[in-house]
Design a binder for this molecule. Structure first.
Ligand code: EPU
Length: 426
């Protein structure tokens, strides 16, 4: 398995360009099932979660033409059997979106429960609540979620928990339902707005995406279009934090600064300078990093997907920082790895207490999930000496070319296999 070998201690400097948003692209690729004509998607990140979504479509009968590494033409009209392949579905969280999209098109779907990052229990009860409100029945048998409806009819329902995936599935299942669907306590993340923009460009009638009440009036036909996925908020935030954590000076291009506001505010709170432009942000640090408190919240709050990276920065901030993340049960699994590098962190339930240390030192550490993996890469960039980050397949699920991008801004990071490392050590 590949690893990253990082020679740390070098401030990042220069310009880096952000790829298309993973969490928007996985939803949009799944939503091509609802299109009645072929669609062309641009700015799709070249990451393994997208490859798996495309494989799922292909194995179900879609035709996919890769135009270049970030652009593809997808024609899902050849799908006739709404059954998602088991092993592929188990490897990503976004496979749950095939429940809403297949149900929306075929009024039935057989989908294995989704996989994805192990962040603790990740129930789908709210997704099922939405489908049931629209008139679908579900059963779970042999590990497969089966959804069946004679007709999908618009309804009003309230999510008991603010859920990104549940909101995406509710939109997809209702976009061709009869009449008006009102989704209350909807999630407001940028990828939900992007999905709604994609569907509306094809002729859907979705109002209020980005607020907590979304209204969907069902339509019969969605036409083919060319659509460009938004830039990745979390990839951008990760480079912003990496720039600050290494006391560097980096221009982060191709971003929507509005999506980054909560991250910008926290970086400013720890003493970084963040300048905002139309489509870029400039991050630099020329003094000490300071302690702060962070509490993750649904958008527009501080994203849980940025918590591991930001906590890593705080390991070298002056004083004691407190980070609370209760969106998922298990989002501090990287902490024991950071401790190997000299970080002083204690975790009590969903709160981490981080005592800043003068410096981290290189060690061999293991990525436990996607964002935890990039947190360890940031730690490796901050640390003196050499850090080896194992299990980088987690990172490749969501970051396009992270090693090349980091090297282009002054990092020293190499991808190596076990074989390369054994040879190097002798
Ligand atoms: N929840 C329920 N019942 C449900 C659905 C969710 O109780 O039916 C709970 C979850 O257990 C969690 C909370 O609601 O406590 C929020 O979960 P949500 O449904 O919003 O998360 P998700 O859709 O599974 C997406 C992202 C995650 C990101 C979360 C929160 C995708 C593919 N995944 O997951 O992204 O952390 O929203 O913003 O969009 C990542 O990119 O690294 C990642 C994990």
């Amino acid at each position: 398995m590949d690893k990253f070998v990082i020679n740390g201690g070098k401030p990042l400097h220069g310009e880096v360009s952000i790829s298309g948003a993973k969490n928007a692209a996985v939803a949009i690729v799944a939503a091509t099932i609802l299109a009645d004509e072929p669609v062309v998607l641009e700015n799709v990140p070249e990451i393994s979660d997208i490859s798996i979504c495309l494989k799922i479509l292909y194995e179900m009968g879609a035709s996919i033409k890769i135009i270049d590494k970030n652009t593809m033409r997808i024609d899902t009209r050849g799908i006739s059997d709404p059954v998602v392949p088991y092993e592929l579905a188990r490897s990503i969280r976004a496979s749950s979106y095939f429940m809403g999209t297949l149900l929306g098109r075929f009024k039935r779907a057989d989908v294995p429960p989704p996989g994805g990052c192990d962040l603790g229990d990740r129930p789908i009860d709210q997704h099922l609540k939405a489908f049931s409100a629209l008139g679908a029945k579900h059963s779970i048998d042999g590990g497969i979620v089966s959804l069946r409806a004679d007709e999908l009819i618009g309804n009003t329902f309230f999510f008991d928990k603010c859920t990104v995936g549940g909101t995406i599935n509710a939109i997809c299942a209702s976009v061709k339902a009869k009449g008006l669907t009102v989704i209350e306590n909807a999630a407001k993340e940028p990828h939900i707005v992007d999905l709604a923009n994609f569907l509306n460009s094809m002729g859907a009638n979705i109002m209020g995406a980005g607020t907590d009440v979304i209204k969907v009036r069902g339509v019969d036909f969605l036409k083919g279009i060319t659509y460009t996925v938004i830039p990745d908020q979390i990839e951008a935030g990760t480079y912003m934090v990496a720039a600050a954590a290494t006391k560097g000076n980096v221009w982060i291009k191709n971003v929507i600064p509005k999506h980054l506001e909560s991250i910008t505010a926290k970086l400013r709170a720890v003493g970084a300078t963040v300048e905002e432009f139309d489509e870029s942000v400039h991050v630099y640090v020329d003094g000490p990093l300071l302690k702060t408190t962070v509490k993750t919240l649904p958008h527009p709050g501080f994203p849980t997907d940025m918590q591991p990276q930001f906590s890593t920065l705080l390991t070298s901030a002056e004083g004691t920082s407190i980070v609370t993340d209760d969106i998922f049960d298990n989002r501090f699994r990287y902490v024991s790895e950071l401790r190997r590098m000299g970080a002083e962190i204690t975790v009590e339930g969903t709160t981490a207490v981080i005592q800043g240390v003068e410096k981290l030192t290189g060690a061999t550490v293991r990525a436990t999930d996607l964002r935890a993996g990039t947190a360890l890469v940031i730690a490796g960039l901050m640390a003196s000496g050499t850090t080896v980050v194992e299990n980088i397949f987690h990172i490749e699920r969501g970051y396009e070319n992270i090693d090349a991008k980091l090297n282009s801004i002054g990092a020293d990071i190499k991808r190596m296999s076990d074989y390369d490392i054994t040879r190097k050590i002798g």
